[in-house]
Design a protein around this ligand. Structure first.
Ligand code: 4UU
Length: 519
């Protein structure tokens, strides 16, 4: 077995919860503004944040929605996102984070699958939340802010709970984000306090944080990248955030300029905009020392172009929901263009032949396997998927094809798994296929991703129909009824049959090759 590791020393495993990890830093700077709502300018100081977290935890436990319960949070980035996240964690509960742009059907699926006991949302998404709650047979709703007839977050606040409700750091699920992993439908990813705390420390070890540094936070907190690299790392690492409910290039640039941001946490489509969009020249971004991109491959060319235009370093990180999420980060002083960087501390890596399971010689391309304290506990209620992803001795099979060069830099080369990444968002082909098959005119379907300059990849569909088969617009309308906008297919091809293996698996590579031939 060939194991690759970083030369950097391990970080200590701390026996504390993620909220204790964040509070440790907040306690040192009670008066500092740590969260600002981008659109309204409303702020929370470190003391305000801790106070709201403790009062929410007290209220949740007093009402029986704390320890052992699961609270679903469906909200855009806003300061109270951190209040709910840490309030539930402090109360000994589990948070399942839901994409606020989800349709009612998607929300209902996650509520049902996670066994959520309460749903917290914002007035803007209340109607969808209500429809989803009804679909799962009713569930208490809470809004952040106010809406007539609905309990508010402030109503939930109780007497401050001064101490963390005790939980087992290695087995209690503190957060349950959803990911399709290497195959199939989105699944609940069981992450422990140990997972989150160690990954925060692994990231901070290489991040050279400056006390008080401010970042514009648009990466969604419901996704593991925004949740950990932004929300938890900035709060625990001494930084502050100005939250954006959605990505808006000009607002992002304005906030970065006004707050003299040192770094920009982004995804590849934003790197492309920073490299090419004329509006970028209208802002003073001289404070920016680093752009940090993750969640999808950032090509060397775009990487170099942004670095040159903003006169900063362009770094990349590699992560996966199942890895809490980070395992690789470009070293600030010696990044390599196109590389995701070096392994984080405490992280073992292997490059394995996906067909034989044998370790490959140095420098060759194979599946990236990871072992370390940030590896998830497993999927929720899905032992089969867990067993397919985690080996007996703790290695997680990423489903990504990578190579590691002689200096230990990791390069993602390709993807073995089905997953499509649209602007960094997960699109699970199996979910689209299952939805397509609910149409009585569609007898078989396959969805793959095609390379796309802006989005990274765009989903396209192959359809086998019967005499009731819809046209391309009909196919799109069918998907729109239950799936959110980033899961829509961009092209529809009608075919006689879907190529499959003897065991019935869709031969996605054959479809991809077919598209290359016609391009
Ligand atoms: C090529 O996307 C994420 C997490 C990303 C992340 C988080 C914090 C990156 C850096 C960071 O600091 O999670 P998921 O679960 O949505 O998607 C995981 C998949 C990977 O398996 C891989 O296929 O997203 C792809 N991916 C990347 N691909 C993630 N990062 C990269 C990357 N290059 N740098």
């Amino acid at each position: 077995m060939t194991i690759y590791k970083t030369a950097a020393p391990d970080v200590a495993l701390r026996d504390i919860t993620i909220t204790q990890r964040v509070f440790e830093n907040l306690t040192r700077r009670p008066d500092a503004v740590v969260l600002t709502d981008g659109p309204t300018g409303a702020t929370l100081t470190a003391a305000d944040l801790m106070d709201r977290v403790k009062r929410l935890a007290g209220g949740l436990n007093a009402r029986g929605f704390g320890a052992g319960k699961t609270v679903a949070l469906m909200a855009p980035n806003m300061p109270d996102y951190a209040v709910v996240f840490h309030g539930v964690a402090w109360a000994g509960g589990t948070i399942t984070t839901i994409n606020p742009t989800y349709t009612a059907a998607e929300v209902a699926h996650q509520l049902r699958d996670s066994g959520a006991d309460m749903l917290i949302t914002v007035p803007m998404f209340l109607e969808t939340a209500q429809a989803a709650a009804t679909e799962v047979g009713g569930l208490p709703l809470t809004v952040i802010g106010s809406a007539e007839g609905t309990q508010t977050l402030d109503d939930l606040m109780g007497a401050p709970q001064e101490a963390q409700t005790p939980v087992d750091l290695d087995t209690h699920i503190v957060v349950l984000p959803y990911s399709s992993g290497t195959t199939g439908l989105p699944k609940g990813v069981r992450l422990s306090h140990r997972n989150l705390v160690v990954n925060v420390d692994q990231i901070i070890a290489g991040a050279s944080f400056e006390e008080g540094e401010v970042a514009a936070g648009f990466l969604p907190f419901f996704h593991i990248y925004g949740m950990q690299a932004l929300m938890n790392v900035h709060l625990a690492g001494g930084g502050a955030l100005v939250t954006l409910p959605r990505f808006d290039l000009e607002l992002f640039l304005q906030i970065s300029q006004d707050h003299r941001a040192r770094r920009m946490w982004i995804v590849p489509p934003v790197a492309l905009a920073l490299a090419k969009h004329p509006v970028v020249d209208q802002y003073d971004l001289s404070s920016v020392e680093e752009i940090f991109s993750g969640a999808a491959p950032l090509g060397g060319e775009v990487c170099d172009a942004v670095a040159k235009r903003l006169n900063c370093v362009a770094l990349q990180g590699y992560g996966m929901t199942e890895l809490s999420p980070v395992t690789h980060i470009s070293p600030r002083h010696a990044p390599k263009s196109g590389s995701s960087g070096l392994a984080t501390p405490n992280t073992d890596c292997r490059i394995v032949d996906p067909d034989t399971g044998a370790d490959l010689p140095a420098g060759e391309e194979g599946e990236l396997w990871i072992r370390g304290p940030q590896v998830m506990m497993g999927y929720l209620n899905n032992d089969k998927a867990t067993a397919e992803t985690l080996t007996q001795d703790g290695w997680l099979k990423t489903g990504d094809i990578a190579k590691i060069d002689a200096d230990g830099y990791m390069f993602i080369m390709d993807r073995l798994k089905e997953l499509i990444k649209y602007k960094g968002f997960q699109v699970a082909p199996a979910e689209l296929e299952a939805t397509l098959l609910t149409h009585d005119g569609i007898t078989d379907a396959a969805v793959i991703g095609l390379p796309d300059d802006e989005a990274g990849e765009r989903p396209i569909a192959f359809i086998v129909g019967n005499d009731r088969v819809p046209d391309a617009d009909g196919v799109r309308a069918h998907l729109k009824r239950t799936l959110s906008s980033y899961k829509q297919v961009h092209e529809v091809y009608f075919v006689d049959e879907i190529p499959k293996s003897a065991s019935g698996k869709i031969l996605r590579r054959v479809l991809r090759d077919r598209m290359k031939d016609t391009a």
